[in-house]
Design a protein around this ligand. Sequence first.
Ligand SMILES: Nc1ncnc2c1ncn2[C@@H]1O[C@H](COP(=O)(O)OP(=O)(O)OP(=O)(O)O)[C@@H](O)[C@H]1O
Length: 296
Amino acid sequence: MSTVIEVKGLSKRFGKVVALDDVSFSVSQNKICGLLGRNGAGKTTLMQLLTGQQFATSGTIEIFGRSPVETASVLERICFIKESQTYPEDFSVKHVFTSAPWFFSGWDASFAEQLIDDFRIPTNRRVKKLSRGQLSAVGVVVGLASRAPLTFFDEPYLGLDAVARQTFYDRLLEDYAVHPRTVILSTHLIDEVSNLLEHVIVLDQGRVIIDGAADDVRSSATTVVGPRGAVDAFVGDRAALSRKGVGGLASVTIHALTSDERHAAGDAGLELSPVSLQQLIVHRTNSSSREFEQSA
Ligand SMILES: Nc1ncnc2c1ncn2[C@@H]1O[C@H](COP(=O)(O)OP(=O)(O)OP(=O)(O)O)[C@@H](O)[C@H]1O
């Protein structure tokens, strides 16, 4: 499988602020990849570097095998939908969609029409008169109908209601099945997108703390639930990602268990429950996770 994004030792400083710190990863062609992390983790900075809109302080980036900076053959294959997309003053929604094919050779006008209906976007209205959610929907439609070989969505759905967000996920998956491409999706709504993602990269304070297949990441931890004494005896000196207790019951999240260990937990009357991607990321990016990482 060919590699679309290859990043090595990438750092970006803004004065004293280290936004990205020695970041390395690669993304294969035709994957939907979640770029996740807390506020200020460096996600937008990374996407700006990957799309040639910022210069790296150090490190290398190859997109389709070449540096994205001022490389037309790379940039014309990229669509970047930002959280707050700006359009020329006085642009109507119609202008956005009539000009999109100039930038995206794969633009599908009839798909765009269908999406405009789905999201109920008023096409005659000026962009600056749109509601927050409608403005996000315009970006989502451009991102989907452009069918760019590499599409970045940076928190694309500020203000979009739950129905519209679900429509976005559904259309993305349906269209991706017929027209595979590489999609990088940055969002804080991790549970909502969890099932879309094949690859997960989590940044924390400018560093990559998780990089792997979504299924592997999801199955990298498990929660042991049961009577406190039995849970404590089973967990022993294993590192705990999180620990909760109510009355005599305890719930401890630990690294994934081997199948023998799972049987032993069952024999001890303990329940094992999966950990959602969101829970895992919360555990790994809060302060207790540092102890976990050090002891892991
Ligand atoms: N132009 C800039 N000048 C100075 N610091 C900056 C600049 N751009 C970003 N930063 C800092 O770099 C860090 C990473 O910011 P970035 O916007 O990449 O985070 P993010 O993960 O996208 O956050 P969010 O989820 O809140 O959008 C933050 O500490 C931010 O304050």
